[in-house]
Design a protein around this ligand. Sequence first.
Ligand SMILES: [Zn+2]
Length: 162
Amino acid sequence: MLVLNATYEPINVCTVRRAVVLLLKEKAEVIERAEWQLHSERASMSRPVVIRLVSYVRIPRDTHRRKITRRAVFARDDWTCQYCGSRSNLTVDHVIPRSKGGNSSWENIVASCAPCNRRKGSALLRHSGMRLRRPPGTPSPHVFIQVASPTIPAAWRAYLAA
Ligand SMILES: [Zn+2]
């Protein structure tokens, strides 16, 4: 279930159960529905596929809630090594090594192929002669949507493309 903000900006993915609660409380409206029905003892409704929150929700800027996982790091970095562009043997690399006080934040973790990771070792970036292809940062909600739902239903595409 894709959840859009009041502005139609995609914000996350939720379960059908959660979506039904939001709809029953009139906190969300259905934007796209599936052809088949959901049945309960009391009512039946078309299964929503895309819902939109009725009132605007501020996306939390504190990114601690957005869990850093290998999958999310790889998705943010387009499954490419951020040093050489390779797409195989991906690992995650701390740009400032943990041994040098680097933390595990979105700004300090990138996808790196195993050879680059070995080459860089525990050196600081400026001593390694290696360069990042782009500065790492907090991923957009799209990345988390991709991670939460490996197959993107066709009905979502129009909203994710925006
Ligand atoms: Zn590499």
